[in-house]
Design a binder for this molecule. Structure first.
Ligand SMILES: NC(=O)c1ccc[n+]([C@@H]2O[C@H](COP(=O)([O-])OP(=O)(O)OC[C@H]3O[C@@H](n4cnc5c(N)ncnc54)[C@H](O)[C@@H]3O)[C@@H](O)[C@H]2O)c1
Length: 252
């Protein structure tokens, strides 16, 4: 029996990286999954790997009307929304003194507003359905700086807002049996990061020093397993929590 049997989940940023691992693990645990992403071509390729109970739909998470269409299509196709995972995000790769206002706002729109819109459009359906679970992917960049946020001021601020929004939603919708938790990955060994480490062994050495558990960096599945727990009824008493999955980075 799967831990998410009978549930319906929406996952943003599903085309690649952690998003793909989320789709895979959530589908393996028995849920039907609607994966959304800006990159339609890659999304279709990815979703096709995970079976007939998945659906890939193009969405820019900053598009309010687009979000309404995703939620409506999810209801039409699978009947309800039990789980929302806000995973899509972008970086600016700029520090405070280099960041242009429009670059800051773009990161805030995708990472922060995109998360809010998904929550706004899903909650009424979760209320009708007697409850739900929202999991927001933040970053240890919301909790500390330096290598944790890649020196990216907008990213760090946006993930801090995801942290605060998660608490707000947890508090205000607990009465409706809607739980909202946030997850704080350290490094995740995605294909892109693997390439960076292969090309810059020094960066790998500093990552090793920062994250003391022996494998030093999380695999996407390590983060996805935490999300499965929070999405499932195993976590029925858990809301407003902050799950750090970082190979020990936050221990120093
Ligand atoms: N990779 C890491 O080391 C790391 C560390 C900490 C936290 N995180 C967080 O984990 C999550 C996933 O990271 P990843 O490494 O898999 O990222 P990624 O860049 O590989 O994938 C992000 C996905 O989001 C999609 N996306 C971007 N903007 C979008 C938009 N406006 N609308 C819809 N989709 C959009 C992209 O097309 C892409 O498919 C993010 O929230 C990220 O902040 C990652």
């Amino acid at each position: 029996m799967g831990r998410l049997d009978g549930k319906v989940a929406i996952v943003t940023g599903a085309a690649q990286g952690l998003g793909e691992a989320l789709v895979k693990r959530i589908a393996e645990e028995g849920a039907k999954v609607v994966g959304v992403d800006l990159n339609e071509e890659k999304l279709k390729e990815t979703m096709a790997k995970y079976g007939e109970h998945t659906l890939g739909l193009k969405l820019d998470v900053t598009d309010e009307n687009g979000w309404q269409e995703i939620v409506d299509t999810t209801i039409e196709t699978f009947g309800k929304v039990d789980v929302l995972v806000n995973n899509a995000a972008m970086m600016s790769n700029k520090g405070v003194l280099d960041l242009k206002p429009e670059e800051y706002m773009k990161v805030m729109q995708v990472n922060s507003l995109g998360t809010l819109l998904g929550i706004q459009k899903s909650i009424p359906k979760m209320q009708e359905n007697g409850g739900g679970s929202i999991v927001n992917i933040a970053s240890i960049g919301a909790l500390k700086s330096g290598a944790a946020d890649g020196g990216d001021a907008a990213y760090s601020a946006s993930k801090g807002s995801v942290r605060a929004l998660s608490k707000h939603v947890a508090h205000n919708f607990a009465k409706d049996n809607i739980r909202c938790n946030s997850v704080y990955p350290g490094g995740i060994m995605t294909d892109m990061l693997k390439k960076v480490f292969d090309e810059s062994p020094d960066l790998w050495e500093s990552n090793k020093a920062a994250s003391p558990l022996p494998n030093h960096i999380a695999d996407p599945v390590d983060i996805a397993n935490g999300v499965v727990y929070l999405a499932s009824d195993d976590a029925k008493a858990v809301t407003g929590t902050e799950l750090i999955i970082d190979n020990g980075n936050m221990t120093h």
